[in-house]
Design a protein. Structure first.
Lengths: 215, 215
């Protein structure tokens, strides 16, 4: 008996985030897959559910939710334990800021549809695409490392000693980085938090390689 | 006597969002400007305040907040009236999803630093930059129009009959579009909501052209 149906793709960072959140909340969910390289996210049956033609989309509580951060905040508001957001407004602002640095600064510029567009529009080859990817990671990871290394609220995880929204955004980005040989040496705090997350089943079980549609 | 100090730039869509939110909340604020084309957001004194080197940053309640959506949610949590978010979790999920479609799908790909990078990295000229800009607007505006035109919760504004977070994200994008000749004809619902917003002083007074640093 499952609580939700996730429309995803093993390699989508945004779907990965939602899988982690569902796992942390202990929710049972089914998955259906939209192969992004085959354009299945633009199939008419899926566009009826989600006109944006993106993954993830989550069917839950008789409705369909889209945009990973909106989905995760909904899960946290409707299923408060364990909490994925701090109890105080300042803490929530910090966690949302860290999360958006990853989900709204790096990921949109480096996702599949943009990388494919660079190839067709500007003739970028594999090496040029990889340089672009690494550039936008580095532009944000350097100051993100500064923040996480210097701010008092950083704990075992991005905010305190329990995993939350910022960690949920961090791990998929670091995993994605491995496909483009991003050097993690300059980011010891990010690497430490990433490692702490991957010791938890909720993160491990959400890894792209552990999904049924993994190639 | 002001409640807050906003570090911004007249043309930054993200700073524009925060100006609208501060205005809707009726908060008095001072502004200081970081000229993005001159790289002032990377000056050492600013990086001390905001290591990410981006605008906006808002000094309020004895702390500094970054990332426009995180700032606006903080304002709404700490100054609940008038509300910028719906009272119900499903409504908040919808508003956050619409907002992220604008703030995390279009804007990060089309902001100044990415457009400049296309010039230096791929030799894109003005026409190529404009084509890129319009492409990423159209990819999201078409399904966003479908959502806003078809979903029951759309009202005078994106969600119901009072302005909120999604409208705050919508108007700066539509204003930004005018610089790149985006044809708005295919988006009558977006255009209608945009017009309704600009009848309000909170939006009008936040327009780039009405800022002290406007060129």
């Amino acid at each position: 008996m499952s609580d939700a149906l996730l429309h995803g793709y093993f390699r989508s960072s945004a779907a990965f985030r939602v899988r982690i959140a569902l796992n942390l909340k202990g929710l049972a969910y089914d998955q259906t897959f939209r192969h992004l390289r085959k354009g299945e996210q633009r199939a008419p049956d899926y566009l009826k559910l989600n006109p944006m033609g993106l993954v993830p989309a989550l069917e839950i509580d008789g409705q369909i939710l889209t945009q990973s951060l909106a989905i995760i905040e909904y899960l946290d508001e409707t299923r408060p334990n364990p909490a994925l957001m701090p109890k105080d407004a300042a803490g929530r602002a910090r966690v949302r800021s860290l999360s958006l640095s990853l989900a709204a600064e790096i990921h949109p510029i480096n996702n599949l549809r943009v990388l494919e567009d660079l190839r067709s529009r500007f003739g970028a080859d594999d090496a040029a695409v990889a340089r672009w990817f690494r550039h936008w990671v580095e532009v944000t990871f350097a100051p993100l490392e500064t923040r996480l290394a210097s701010e008092a609220h950083t704990g075992k995880f991005c905010h305190g000693d329990t995993p939350g929204l910022a960690d949920i955004c961090l791990v998929p980005q670091v995993i994605n980085n491995t496909r483009f040989d991003v050097d993690m040496t300059p980011y010891p705090t990010i690497a430490r938090i990433h490692k702490a997350c991957l010791e938890l089943d909720a993160f491990k079980n959400a890894l792209p390689a552990n999904q049924p549609d993994a190639e």
